[in-house]
Design a binder for this molecule. Structure first.
Ligand code: CA
Length: 293
């Protein structure tokens, strides 16, 4: 019973057969993107991201390598094409996303995601430019607001392609109603999904903004996580196996990720649908904190 990490539903097609760049958004700019309703009215095919331009947007955290408060993007359309592209690897379904003004952590806008219950109903925004320039210290910070509590089934709202693990994803999401990490390549979870491990993590309060921060040290192969500024013991992997928390994660041996992109959205493996919002999303090489955006 302790080994309950595994999802009962055929999860993701493994990364093994994907093209190396499969996780980046292939829809934007392809011939059929203009007819793709999933990114509302954006005409991204005509918006050529300028790789030399600063990737941050104006705002309190605009000096960071990646920072978006979604204020500069029009409501109902896609987020800034200079920062984000649409990502729906392998298949597409009912998932949609757009900039929204019904909820906001900062200003008036946030990114709304309506994720469906099937794997192919997933939808993400992806940034593939910043991660390769970061590291080995990778810090992320985002505010997330879930419309309902995380359920028992496995879901993902943050995915990062690990170039050192066959391009499979390092995922953050939920299972057993708490925040957890999942390693796509072998389905390991952090924490272990037994009662003690679950008790060492936290739930996301529905209909409230929560600040989530993570630190991945690619050299050490470690993970640290803070929710509303407080470290979450069940979401820490410091290289030494901790019973009920990181023993499964570390059982495979050396894990040295090389993160290649950053995706926020929704992907569900056991049927849970979700409307959720993201705001004040940032990546940096040092801890960002919850107070500057
Ligand atoms: Ca905002």
């Amino acid at each position: 019973m302790i080994a309950s990490a595994h999802c009962s539903v055929a999860e993701a097609p493994s990364g093994a057969h994907r093209a190396p760049d499969d996780a980046s958004a292939v829809d934007v700019g392809t011939p059929d993107s203009a007819a793709n309703p999933r990114l509302a009215s954006g005409d991204e095919a005509g918006a050529s991201p300028d790789a030399s331009a600063p990737t941050g947007t104006a705002g309190p955290c605009g000096a960071l390598p990646l920072c978006d408060d979604f204020e500069s993007a029009a409501v109902g359309g896609p987020p800034s094409a200079a920062l984000w592209s649409l990502s729906q690897p392998d298949c597409t379904g009912t998932g949609t996303l757009s900039v929204d003004d019904s909820q906001a952590h900062s200003g008036k806008h946030s990114l709304r995601v309506d994720g469906g219950g099937g794997y192919c109903d997933h939808v993400f925004v992806a940034n593939a430019a910043v991660m390769p320039a970061l590291g080995p210290a990778v810090y992320g910070r985002f505010f997330v607001r879930v419309g309902a509590a995380l359920g028992a089934g496995h879901v993902t709202f943050l995915a990062m392609k690990d170039a050192a693990d066959k391009g499979s994803d390092l995922r953050m999401g939920g299972q057993d109603a708490i925040l957890m990490y999942n390693r796509q390549s072998d389905d390991a979870t952090l924490p272990n999904l037994g009662p003690a491990g679950v008790a060492d993590s936290v739930a996301l309060a529905p209909a409230a903004w929560t600040c989530v921060e993570f630190h991945v040290d690619e050299t050490a192969g470690t993970i640290d996580t803070w929710v509303d500024g407080a470290e979450v013991a069940g979401l820490v992997e410091n290289g030494t196996p901790t019973p009920d928390v990181s023993s499964q994660w570390l059982s495979r041996g050396a894990w040295k990720p090389m993160l290649a992109d950053f995706r926020l959205g929704w992907e569900s493996y056991s049927g849970q649908t979700m409307t959720l919002w993201f705001d004040d999303v940032a990546l940096a090489s040092k801890r960002i904190g919850c107070g500057n955006g």
